[in-house]
Design a protein around this ligand. Structure first.
Ligand code: LLP
Length: 430
C-alpha cells in the first residue's frame, strides 16, 4: 500500500498517541515509551499481560482535578473513588496529591490504611455495610460515612464512633444517560434513599445524639457523556435544605476510542460548580469523587500475541482477556483501541481478542494494526479504571502485575499471581 493510501486507510498516529498516558512518545526505533520506559523493556522485565501505569500522568490528572475544583470552588474536596484502581501505591499517590479516598468495602479500607492514608481522609461507602465494616471504620476513625439506607442508621449509632460525621446518599431521580449497569442515581436504584424519604431521614440524622449530619451525597452513574444530569441532580438536592457538605459523586466519561468525545474535566467542573452556585449555600463544601476520570488514561495494558486467525474478521489473540479486562466483555468489546507496541499505527483491520472462553472476550474490535505477527506486543490504552480491580482467575488465569513507570524507572507495585497463588486456597479432597 502506498504511503498516501495508508494515510487515508490507516490510523492517525498522533490521534492514537493522544489516547496514551500524557508524556507517551515513540523511541527512535518506533517503540512506544510510557512513563519514560520502553514497552518492550517492560515486557522483558515483567512479562505479559501487565498493567503499565505512567506515574506522572496519574499524578498530573489527580492535580488537575484537585486544583481545577479548588479554583472554581475553594471549599472543596476531590475524593478518589478507589474501586476504580485499588492498589496500595495508588492510594498512597492520591493521598500524597491531596485527594481524599472513597472506599466501598472493608478490603478497600484495609488497603487505604495500609498505604498510610489516615482514617480522617477516608469516606466510607456501601449499600450493604456489614457490622464488621462499620466497626472497622469506627476503629480507623474514618472521616465520613455515607449513609446508604434507613436500616443503617441504627447500626451506625450502635456500632459506629460517637460524633461520626455522615452524609445521606439520596437518589435524585435523574437519568444519567449511560449504560443501565452503571446507572445509580435513578429511582429504583439499590443505592441511596428515594428523594421523598430524604426529609424524614435527614431529620432523624440531624436529631441523632451519636451521628453528626454534615450533608448530602449523590452519585448518578459512570461513563457519563452528558453534563445536564449533574445540573438537574444538584437542583433536586438543593430543595432538601441547607447543609455543610454536598458530594456530587463521580461518573465523568473518558475517551476510550476515536469516536468518543466526552466533556473535559474542566467542562465537568464548570457545570458542577455553576449548578452549585445557583442552588447550594455559598459557604457549603463541594465534593466530587471521580474514579474513571482520575485513573483510566494513566494506564496501558501490555499483551503478547499468541496466535492469529486470518479471515473475516481476522482475530489477533493475545495472552490476556476477560481475566484482566472485564470491562471489554461487559461492554461487548467495542470500547478499546489497540496498537502493536513496537510498530504503532497501521491499516490491517482486526479484532483483538483474549484467550478466555467467552465470545464476549474481545478486547478491541475493529482496530487497525501494522502487520501483526505472533510474538508482537500489543498495547491497549485507557485501561487504568475497572481493570485491575475486576481481575479474576477465569480459566485459571494468573492475575496481571501493576508496574509504575516514571522517568524510565519501572517499579512493580502489584506482582503477578503465581501457580502457588492459584493452589493456595484449594483445600483437601472430600
Ligand atoms: N462514587 C460512587 C459512590 C460510585 O459508586 C462510583 C462508581 C464512583 C464514585 C466513581 O465513578 P466513576 O467516576 O469511576 O464513573 N465496573 C463498572 C463501573 C462501576 C462504577 C461503580 N461506581 C465499569 O467497569 O464500567
Amino acid at each position: 500500500m502506498t504511503t498516501e493510501a495508508r494515510a487515508t486507510a490507516g490510523v492517525d498516529v498522533a490521534e492514537l498517541l493522544g489516547l496514551f498516558p500524557h508524556g507517551t512518545r515513540l523511541a527512535d526505533d518506533g517503540v512506544l515509551v510510557v512513563g519514560g520506559c520502553r514497552l518492550d523493556d517492560v515486557a522483558a522485565a515483567y512479562g505479559t499481560p501487565t498493567y503499565v501505569v505512567a506515574e506522572d500522568a496519574l499524578r498530573r490528572q489527580a492535580r488537575r482535578l484537585r486544583e481545577g475544583l479548588a479554583a472554581r470552588w475553594p471549599r472543596s474536596r476531590v475524593l478518589f473513588a478507589s474501586k476504580s484502581l485499588p492498589a496500595r501505591a495508588v492510594y498512597h499517590l492520591m493521598h500524597d496529591e491531596g485527594l481524599g479516598i472513597d472506599v466501598a468495602g472493608g478490603g478497600e479500607l484495609l488497603l487505604a490504611l495500609d498505604a498510610g492514608v489516615p482514617g480522617s481522609a477516608i469516606v466510607q461507602h456501601g449499600n450493604a455495610k456489614t457490622d464488621d465494616e462499620i466497626r472497622r471504620a469506627a476503629q480507623a476513625g474514618v472521616g465520613t460515612v455515607v449513609v446508604d439506607g434507613e436500616g443503617e442508621i441504627g447500626r451506625l449509632e450502635q456500632l459506629g464512633r460517637d460524633g461520626q460525621p455522615v452524609l445521606l446518599r439520596v437518589q435524585p431521580g435523574v437519568d444519567p444517560g449511560t449504560y443501565a449497569g452503571v446507572s445509580t442515581g435513578q429511582r429504583g436504584s439499590k443505592f441511596g434513599v428515594p428523594i421523598e424519604d430524604a426529609p424524614r431521614l435527614l431529620n432523624r440524622l440531624a436529631n441523632s445524639s451519636r451521628l453528626d449530619l454534615r450533608g448530602i451525597h449523590l452519585h448518578l452513574g459512570s461513563q457519563m457523556f452528558g453534563l445536564d444530569p449533574y445540573r438537574k441532580a444538584i437542583d433536586v438536592v438543593s430543595a432538601l435544605g441547607e447543609f455543610d457538605v454536598y458530594d456530587v459523586g463521580g461518573g465523568l466519561a473518558v475517551r476510550y476510542t476515536f469516536d468518543e468525545h466526552p466533556p473535559s474535566i474542566e467542562e465537568w467542573l464548570d457545570v458542577v460548580t455553576e449548578a452549585a452556585r445557583q442552588g447550594l449555600p455559598s459557604g457549603a463544601e463541594l465534593w466530587v469523587e471521580p474514579g474513571r476520570a482520575c485513573v483510566a488514561e494513566s494506564t496501558v495494558t501490555l499483551y503478547r500475541i499468541v496466535t492469529i486467525k486470518h479471515g473475516s474478521p481476522t482475530f489477533v489473540a493475545v495472552d490476556g482477556g476477560i481475566a484482566d479486562n472485564f470491562e471489554a466483555s461487559t461492554y461487548i468489546g467495542t470500547r478499546f483501541q489497540a496498537t502493536i507496541a513496537t510498530r504503532v499505527g497501521g491499516d490491517e483491520l482486526v479484532d483483538v481478542v483474549g484467550r478466555q472462553c467467552e465470545s464476549g472476550d474481545r478486547i478491541a474490535a475493529g482496530v487497525r494494526l501494522q502487520d501483526p505477527v505472533i510474538g508482537d506486543l500489543v498495547a491497549v490504552p485507557v485501561t487504568g479504571a475497572y481493570t485491575h480491580t475486576l481481575a479474576n482467575n477465569y480459566n485459571g488465569a494468573l492475575r496481571a502485575p501493576v508496574v509504575f513507570c516514571r522517568d524510565g524507572v519501572m517499579t512493580p507495585v502489584v506482582r503477578r499471581d503465581t501457580d502457588a497463588d492459584l493452589l493456595a486456597r484449594e483445600l483437601a479432597f472430600p
